[in-house]
Design a protein around this ligand. Structure first.
Ligand code: FE2
Ligand code: FE2
Length: 428
């Protein structure tokens, strides 16, 4: 006998007896447990009433599939159906006694939708069948607490077909009988879910393409950065060949500039640019004659005028390019001999007119020149060199940068001590 006739007979039996005697269900294919079991008359009456209502719904033209499922809270026998709509039985090609087990074993995925507590967003929680098997008790507890069920199941049908059913149910609890009932309707949402899957697939593909593009761009910008570094260090090498004193000077200066820029609080990106750009500050010396560069004694005033042109020559060499590293290198090459009081060269800029990176380089350049051996002088000790930098505060150098520079004495001396031993140290 089909569930249709069970429903009709149950209704008739309930009305006929009106004594809550449901023994007659043994004559039918009712596969629930409550009407046959030792449960309260109140619960049995409710089940009979619900089956009658759901049966009427089942035979209507409404496309949703009604069901009544139940579970016993004090044992672990799982969920069973008190009533399953005819279309559900047809989908699984089974009878109402088999449907609970077949439904459970057919689940491929369960998606539950919920609103995020503090936002308008909807959260979709997807569980695969393996995971679902381990959390069935928790899910039952959760839906009992919520009083409702709203989930979408992907189910495997015969012939490798699959279907998506949306489950909407309300929960009734019968504490005396330790029974929970789920009164629900299943709606076929396969079309909608397939569209959603397609949308997700397209989104995934788009994300993949975007990632590939970003990786490509990152790779290209790394290559561009490497090319810039390669170019400036080749130029630095050229100036090193002209003036043998430059080599260690620019390496140490880069580190002093890094220490000072860190003390200022400069961001990492600009610190790295400054570290490399500083290496170019004396690149204009390529254009100065060797006689002047290698002169063992002090330069005459005419020679000094020629020497001063190295800042403009350097800026010209580095101009005409928009890359941030070369733009910064040009600024430093042009302004590292400007003075805070306006008495520097080539333009006599004063105070804030001098770019920050030029002001930083000016202090570090002088400090390293003082503490290095030159053909015309011995290396000063660090105390004397720091003292000289302090003397330049507010006239030769930016006063606030001098204070910061002097606050980093130990770091600076550490670099100074490191280099003669390991001149190849690099920025980190
Ligand atoms: Fe210079
Ligand atoms: Fe220099």
């Amino acid at each position: 006998m089909t569930s249709l006739s069970v429903g009709v007979n149950l209704d008739r039996g309930y009305q006929m007896n009106n004594q809550h005697d449901f023994d007659w269900v043994f004559d039918h294919d009712y596969c629930g447990r409550i009407l046959k079991g030792h449960y309260s008359k109140q619960l049995k009456a409710r089940i009979a009433q619900l089956i009658n209502i759901f049966q009427n719904f089942n035979t209507s033209a409404n496309p949703s599939i009604p069901y009544i499922s139940a579970w016993q809270e004090n044992d672990n026998t799982g969920v069973w159906y008190e009533f399953a709509g005819q279309r559900l039985l047809a989908l699984f090609n089974c009878n109402s006694c088999e449907v609970a087990e077949i439904f459970r074993d057919s689940i491929k995925k369960r998606c539950a939708y919920s609103y995020m507590p503090d936002s308008e967003k909807i959260c979709m929680k997807i569980m695969e069948s393996d995971e679902l098997a381990t959390v069935r008790d928790e899910l039952r507890y959760e839906v009992k607490q919520n009083g409702t069920v709203e989930a979408v199941y992907q189910l495997a049908l015969q012939n490798e077909r699959s279907i998506w059913l949306k489950d909407q149910a309300s929960i009734e609890t019968y504490p005396d009988d330790h029974i929970c009932l789920s009164l629900g309707a299943l709606i076929d949402v396969t079309k909608e879910m397939k569209k959603e899957e397609q949308r997700q697939e397209e989104e995934k593909l788009l994300r993949k393409k975007q990632n590939e593009l970003e990786n490509k761009l990152e790779k290209q910008s790394k290559e561009l950065w490497k090319a810039q570094l390669d170019m400036i260090y080749r130029l630095a090498e050229a100036s090193r060949l002209r003036d043998r004193h430059i080599g260690l000077h620019i390496t140490k200066m880069s580190h002093y500039c890094d220490i000072l820029s860190r003390a200022i609080g400069l961001d990492t990106e600009n610190r790295e640019l400054l570290f490399h750009a500083t290496a170019m500050h004396d690149v204009g010396k390529i254009g100065i004659s060797e006689t002047i560069l290698q002169k063992p004694g002090k330069l005459s005033s005419k020679e000094f005028e020629i020497m001063k042109t190295h800042s403009i020559i350097g800026a010209k060499l580095l101009s005409g390019n928009n890359m941030p590293l070369l733009k910064m290198a040009k600024k430093i090459a042009l302004t590292h001999h400007e003075r805070w009081d306006g008495k520097g060269y080539p333009y006599g800029l004063e105070s804030q007119e001098i770019p920050l990176f030029g002001r930083i380089a000016a202090i570090c350049d002088v400090y390293d020149a003082l503490t290095s051996e030159r053909p015309y002088k011995h290396a000063w000790n660090s105390d004397d060199a720091f003292h000289e930098v302090e003397n330049g505060k507010g006239n030769q150098f930016d006063p606030s940068l001098v204070d910061l520079f002097l606050s980093q004495k130990s770091e600076i001396v550490k670099i100074q001590d490191t280099f003669p031993v390991n001149p190849e140290i690099r920025f980190s």
